[in-house]
Design a protein around this ligand. Sequence first.
Ligand SMILES: [Zn+2]
Ligand SMILES: [Zn+2]
Length: 232
Amino acid sequence: MSALADVRQREMELLLALRASNESKLLPADNSSALTVCLCQKAPSGAMVQCELCRDIFHRDCVTTAAELEYGQAWLCPLCQRSRKPPLDKVLPLLASLQRIRVRLPEGDALRFLIERTVRWQHKVQQACTDGLLERVATTGKLGPKTSSYLTQEINGSFHTKHLSIPLQALGPELEELMVEGFLLQVTLPETEQLYRYLLYKLAPPSSHNSPSRNGAEQSDEGSPPTHNNGA
Ligand SMILES: [Zn+2]
Ligand SMILES: [Zn+2]
């Protein structure tokens, strides 16, 4: 059991490092043509989409159809997408039936671990709600760098991203890990999508048109500011 926990911990560390490294590709650079991204391993150009899990960018034409790119819907690249995940209520009876078998199967351990991890994660999300961690992101997030206009984010002269992803600079390490773990869970939970949408709406709200109903409609002093990269 603890071996599985170690593997998970390692997976999370690697993934967070990968995310940071991929995210840095979005920083304005003089030589973005030297960069290779996407399944095709070419330089970024034109319309790109960013994976919400590994944070790498992909040519839109290489990976998606327009229908997949909807604001409020997390987009995961083909490498991060796993097979369709079963909902938790399909998995629990499976565990129960495994427990009725006397023989101890490794699959049973894996399944129990999966469920424990899932429940722990749900607790952490609830905790984040009750102790105000999620509330605070709304206010700290506003101080973070302004990133986006609706759906299109100009990165530098040569490419831009379609489809907003959660701006990491404003997220903070705790919530980032919580969100990543949610995507990694091997079951489908409503909380994953709720957390994603909450963070997205708070940190990268769509501009005036198509705005989701938000409580506390705060006065925004700007419509949608042009992206402005302060390259030092
Ligand atoms: Zn490509
Ligand atoms: Zn990915």
